[in-house]
Design a protein around this ligand. Structure first.
Ligand code: ARG
Length: 571
């Protein structure tokens, strides 16, 4: 891609002026403001700062040795020492023509593919998936898709919470109060009911609490009946999760839940003790972080006084397993902000346990979803919103929107469109905000056909498809691209930045960059389409504009696909 060509030209020029400079830091990015140029580098400025040199002078020295003739009209120095590249129009037209010939798709597969394990979604058995799990599922899936598109080897693993103290209570509830008919109708609702009954009883009656403990001990010891009940709960939950994943179009390569690691926990603790990472304290096995001021007040208990293991112990065993099994270069965990301390502890313990491991560990965390009143998102009756209900409502509301816009389509067509638009709208609303901030859930906003929404982008795509249908167009056989109008040029240059956007999403785990890229793309397309006739243009201009339409549709589709959102030919 052009950006890489410019980088490749820039590096020797920098090396000629500063032989000891770290050339990996010499990067070229799209200019944030096209008035300054098309691409720019801030690297020269940064290098000057390190060396106490005058940045504009250094930029001028680099510029004097720079040969970007083949692609640029000229380069300029701006501000505190930015070096700006101004592409020549023919270069842009050639790059687009090459894309139209299928020689590239505006991005380059990475020259250094990594193996990445992505741990996301990870709901808990016997509890319905709620909106907190939605962000993990949608964000994780989008990261998996983007990394794969860029050529990385991605392994997705759903770390389901299928083990823990709640099963003691659930088993007591199951044995005492199960309503099999209700379980058949709505397993989650029935399991939740059982849990709530026993949970309340445990508070009032120590005997019930004792009973729950006893059932848990029996389960852990392998009691036949309890294991059967436990497995039945897992089976029921899994099928409900699978229904939701099916609706969302999310797929996992593995779903190794917490229970899978259960047999290895004693050995993990043994190793930690043996390597002096953990030590006994008050009967428990504990890892202290004396050398880390932020973690020092939060020692990690890897085995409790009663011998039980913790969530952190399971995560350590999981890490070890993943390392041995898949040899990843990186493991990414997608959960809400409240687990920051947990992962910080786990990562620290792991580094001391496996000091030689090179694997990169990333906790990709996100904020909460709020209701329009600014409080945690709840149903009208104050219950937590269940994911399945949320998706139902999204489809229903999208159906109203579609019907209002297109009453003539058949019922089946409108239903299918509503599915794609409704699910797309929910996903996009979740991906658009900076993931670390909370966001306010608003049906009207996410389903609007105008604004930075999935329906707006899906509509932009469908509109291009309809241009093709109306003109009965096929892709021109040997596409020549002419970019005479400023609107054509602006659109073309934005198409060229697709790859760079994907790379930033992957590097910072932030799909919102792709959302904003798409929104700008749709806006630039509209401006182009309003000022440059396509079907009514003369043949050479027409062929070129058809190519622009075609490439825009291709990029919208591919970008939405990276976000896990489908497109439609007609809306
Ligand atoms: N089941 C957990 C929850 O619902 C999330 C698990 C995240 N992944 C992990 N490896 N700890 O909060």
């Amino acid at each position: 891609m052009l950006r890489h060509l410019l980088e490749a030209a820039l590096r020797p020029a920098v090396a000629a002026v500063l032989p000891d400079a770290d050339l990996n830091l010499v990067q070229v990015r799209p200019c944030p403001d096209p008035r300054f140029g098309d691409y720019q580098t801030a690297a020269v400025m940064a290098l000057a700062k390190q060396r106490h040199l005058n940045p504009r002078q250094l930029a001028a020295d680099v510029q004097a040795r720079l040969d970007v003739q083949p692609w640029c009209n000229h380069t300029t120095i701006a501000g505190a020492g930015f070096l700006n590249f101004h592409l020549n129009p023919q270069t842009v037209a050639n790059a687009l023509a090459a894309a139209a010939r299928g020689e590239h798709r505006f991005f380059q597969p990475t020259p250094a593919p990594r193996t990445v394990v992505l741990d996301f979604s990870s709901p808990n058995v016997a509890k319905p998936m709620h909106v907190g799990h939605i962000r993990s599922t949608i964000l994780g899936d989008s990261l998996a898709r983007t990394l794969r598109l860029l050529g990385h080897r991605v392994i997705t693993d759903n770390h389901i919470g299928d083990w823990g103290t709640q099963f003691g209570m659930l088993i007591v509830g199951w044995k005492r109060s199960l309503n099999p008919a209700a379980l058949n109708r709505d397993p989650f609702a029935e399991l939740e009911r059982l849990y709530q009954i026993i949970h309340a009883e445990c508070r009032q009656n120590p005997a019930t609490l004792e009973a729950a403990r006893a059932e848990l001990v029996k389960l852990q010891a392998g009691d036949d009946e309890n294991r059967r009940i436990w497995q039945e709960m897992i089976r029921l939950s899994q099928s409900q999760f699978d229904t939701i994943y099916g609706r969302l179009g999310v797929h996992f390569d593995h779903a190794l839940g917490e229970s899978f690691y259960n047999p290895s926990l004693p050995d993990v603790v043994r190793q930690l003790i043996h390597q002096r990472v953990a030590r006994e304290s008050d009967g428990a096995q504990v890892v202290f972080f004396d050398d880390d001021p932020s973690l020092k007040p939060h020692p990690a208990i890897v085995q409790k006084r009663d011998g039980a293991f913790n969530y952190a112990t399971t995560d350590l065993a999981t890490l070890d397993y993943r390392l041995r099994t898949w040899h990843p270069d990186e493991i990414i965990y997608v959960t809400d902000a409240r687990q920051q301390l947990h992962f910080s502890q786990v990562f620290h313990v792991f580094r001391r346990w496996h000091p030689d491991a090179r694997v990169r560990l990333a906790h990709v965390w996100f904020g909460s979803i709020l209701g329009e009143d600014g409080k945690p998102f709840k149903t009208r009756s104050g219950d937590t919103v269940k994911l399945a209900d949320l998706l139902d409502e999204a489809e229903e509301r999208a159906f109203q929107v579609v019907t209002a816009k297109n009453p003539d389509l058949s019922l089946d067509q409108r239903k299918e469109i509503a599915r794609v638009v409704g699910i797309g709208a929910v996903k996009y609303a979740d991906l658009l905000p900076n993931r670390q901030s909370d966001y306010v859930f608003s049906w009207d906003r996410m389903l609007a056909l105008n604004g930075n929404t999935a329906p707006y982008l899906q509509y932009a795509y469908a509109r291009i498809r309809s241009i093709f249908r109306k003109g009965q167009l096929a892709q021109p056989p040997s596409p020549a691209v002419r970019l005479d109008a400023p609107e054509e040029m602006a659109l073309a240059k934005h198409l060229l930045n697709f790859g760079c956007t994907l790379e930033t999403v992957a590097a910072e785990y932030r799909p919102n960059y792709l959302c904003n890229y798409l929104y700008d793309l749709a806006g630039l397309f509209t401006r182009f389409y309003e000022s440059c006739p396509v079907l009514k243009a003369d043949p050479p201009a027409r062929a070129s504009r058809v190519t622009l339409c075609q490439l825009t549709a291709q990029v919208i589709q591919q970008a939405l696909d990276s976000l896990g959102i489908r497109v439609l030919d007609q809306m």
